[in-house]
Design a protein around this ligand. Structure first.
Ligand SMILES: Cc1ncc(COP(=O)(O)O)c(C=O)c1O
Length: 272
């Protein structure tokens, strides 16, 4: 199902004009929400982040309650996959369009290998969220992230691991990361300018509820080589084990299974 500004259109008509700023400047924002057995998990958190991205990127007068209804409408036709929503700037500054569509489930590898690469375009801790309001928006300007994925793939890795100038671990080009050391789970802090990942947020919520112990921390890539286990997190990936970062190999910690199980329980709880 395809919607443009709330109107259902055919696949052939689900197009954005090349002259729109979202195409040639990447001037847009987006969200992807996963459908679990017909249910849109963590929809409220995605809407909250979408509102925040809209504010940061000066998309005014967006009717988020209509968007939320449209997301539910599209999702109600499917058991699995994702609903994606993009607000794209039109040909002029005041102009925008809202595109919503269903995406089929994507197959991911069971384990990942990551190649670390410096992300020169990310705040990486040089600016905090308090200092600069527009960092960490989920925008459609993803070319550099995709470039790092392609580079890592060409070198035989599943994907990239972005680090800052000093080698502090940030995130993946399209996922968050976490690590386990001495039976403790860690994720990088948001002042590094990483995306405020909904999945990372859910993991911290799971920790607050007492199911797991998770802390926010910073780690250099060389210290990451010595941890017990590494995993990635995203709407599409509720904790996938990373078997290798650069040339360092890990074994899968039992806590990764516990994270996966906690997510299953959280989804069931939210649904009921
Ligand atoms: C750069 C980046 N970091 C992290 C994530 C994970 O975010 P979420 O858990 O909200 O899917 C994504 C997801 O697309 C991403 O693109």
């Amino acid at each position: 199902m395809y919607l443009v500004n709330g109107e259902e259109v055919s696949k052939e008509n689900f197009v954005a004009p090349v002259e729109d700023l979202v195409i040639w400047r990447g001037d847009g924002i987006f969200e992807a929400i996963r459908i679990h057995d017909g249910y849109l998990f963590a929809l409220d958190k995605h809407i909250e982040r979408f509102k925040s991205s809209a504010k940061k990127m000066y998309f005014d007068n967006i009717n988020f309650s209509e968007i939320e209804k449209d997301l539910i409408k599209v999702a109600s036709n499917y058991e699995t996959g994702y609903v994606r929503v993009i607000i794209g700037r039109g040909a002029s500054i005041e102009d925008f369009n809202v595109y919503i569509f269903h995406q089929e489930p994507v197959d991911f590898p069971d384990t990942y290998s990551l190649q670390s690469q410096k992300a020169h375009w990310m705040a990486g801790g040089d600016f905090s969220l308090e200092e600069l309001d527009n960092i960490a928006a989920k925008t459609t300007s993803y070319a550099m992230n995709m470039n790092e994925t392609r580079f890592a793939e060409r070198n035989g890795f599943t994907d990239a691991l972005l680090i800052n100038r000093e080698g502090i671990v940030l995130e993946g080009p399209s996922f968050s990361v976490g690590w386990i050391k001495n039976d403790e789970i860690f994720v990088p802090d948001l002042d590094l300018g990483i995306l405020d990942s909904v999945t990372r947020k859910c993991l911290l919520e799971i920790a607050d509820e007492g199911a797991l112990k998770v802390s926010e921390a910073r780690i250099t890539i060389s210290d990451l080589y010595d941890v017990d286990s590494v995993f990635i997190l995203s709407t599409a990936k509720h904790a996938i084990f990373v078997e290798k970062v650069d040339s360092s190999k890990y074994s899968e910690d039992k806590l990764i299974t516990e994270i996966k199980n906690s997510f299953k329980a959280k989804i069931e709880k939210e649904k009921s």
